[in-house]
Design a protein around this ligand. Structure first.
Ligand code: COI
Length: 349
């Protein structure tokens, strides 16, 4: 890997601010590698800053872009660690394949993720819940309107010292007009287009005082898919229920980890189609005691209420009981405060 001029100065000059937010503070370095003539060039560590891209690049014109989100933790440790990074690698690979983009080789993915993490090791925030959020992404750089893939691509990794994405127990707005993803589309790929489709609903939810929108399936508008950027869980009769994966739902690494942890803790977990009308009735009757969301950025986000478009507000009788147990159990493993029984931790030496 090459190290560009200015990297050492950028790292030396960086001061970790007291307030981090989520994505408001940029790490001072980034990683970049280019694909041309059917092969990947050498990776480079660069000072964080603007990049040059042709205005006609397919990433800008046709959203030819896939990305990942994972975290490096350094809570009470001298060496940082990643959490299940091979899952992010495999999902980036699947996302790239869905958009018929060249896959990033595993060695290049880890070179990017690990070089940025190691360069930033001295200022990964160290309070529980904080981390260095890593954003690997791959995009088409060839200019042109012909609807086919680019012939040139760029793989980059940027990073942000962060707090948890969401705090407290917010309400969530049920989105009944827009659709985020349809079966057979790109909903299961982590690609910019999914997030673009959700922007109007997400913005309306935030403007209405809610944290995010809850998305329903594209055909019957009844079955819960996920929240904007998070997967969904409900506790019904003491058991966990989450929408079963299809090609419209993003297979979250946190979702998968919570299912495994919950089963180990003795909970029954159902992955099934979840009808929103049935869920609202179960909240009203008390059978559904609690709901929450999860994701890499959000970790586990308890939800205090579901707000419907007709003004109905459905509040489960409990908030953050099982969610907080799962969050604490997961975070203790991620931060290496608890044994890594599943072999999920990769320590960077
Ligand atoms: C993540 O959790 O990594 C995401 O990409 C979600 C995004 C809304 C921050």
């Amino acid at each position: 890997m090459d190290v560009a001029p200015g990297v050492n100065e950028a790292l030396k000059d960086f001061v970790l601010p007291e307030t981090l937010g989520f994505g408001a503070v940029n790490a001072p370095v980034m990683f970049s590698a280019e694909w041309r003539d059917q092969q990947w060039g050498r990776g480079r560590l660069l000072p964080y800053g603007p990049i040059e891209i042709l205005p006609g690049a397919r990433a800008l014109q046709y959203a030819e872009l896939v990305f990942e989100g994972l975290k490096a933790y350094c809570v009470g440790q001298t060496q940082p660690n990643l959490f299940r990074p091979e899952e992010n690698f495999r999902r980036l690979e699947r996302s790239a394949q869905r958009l018929s983009m060249p896959v990033v080789p595993e060695a290049l993915f880890f070179e990017g993720v690990e070089s940025v993490t190691k360069a930033c090791a001295g200022f990964i925030p160290s309070r529980s819940g904080q981390s260095l959020y890593l954003r690997p992404f791959l995009f088409g750089t060839e200019s042109g309107y012909l609807l086919r893939n680019s012939h040139t691509f760029r793989f980059m990794v940027i990073a942000n010292p962060v707090e948890a994405y969401a705090s407290g127990s917010p309400s969530v707005a049920i989105e009944r007009r827009d659709v985020r993803a349809a079966v057979g589309g790109v909903g299961a790929a982590k690609t910019a287009a999914n997030y673009a489709a959700s922007l109007r609903g997400s913005t309306a939810a935030v403007t209405g005082g809610h944290a995010v929108a809850l998305w329903l399936d594209a055909v019957s508008h009844r079955y819960i898919q996920e929240l904007s950027g998070m997967n969904f869980f409900a506790i019904i009769d003491g058991e966990l229920h989450t929408p079963e994966l299809d090609t419209a739902i993003l297979p979250g690494v946190t979702r998968d980890s919570l299912i495994k942890l919950a089963r180990r803790l003795g909970y029954t977990v159902h992955e099934r189609q979840m009808d929103v009308e049935e869920l609202l009735a179960q909240i009203a009757s008390g059978r559904c005691s609690e709901i929450f969301a999860c994701g890499t950025a959000a970790i586990v986000m308890p939800i205090s209420a579901l707000a419907d478009t007709d003004g109905g507000v459905f509040k489960p009788r409990e908030t953050n009981v099982i969610a907080s147990r799962l969050r604490d159990t997961l975070l203790a493993i991620q931060e290496r405060r608890a044994p890594d029984a599943f072999g999920w931790i990769r320590v960077l030496s």
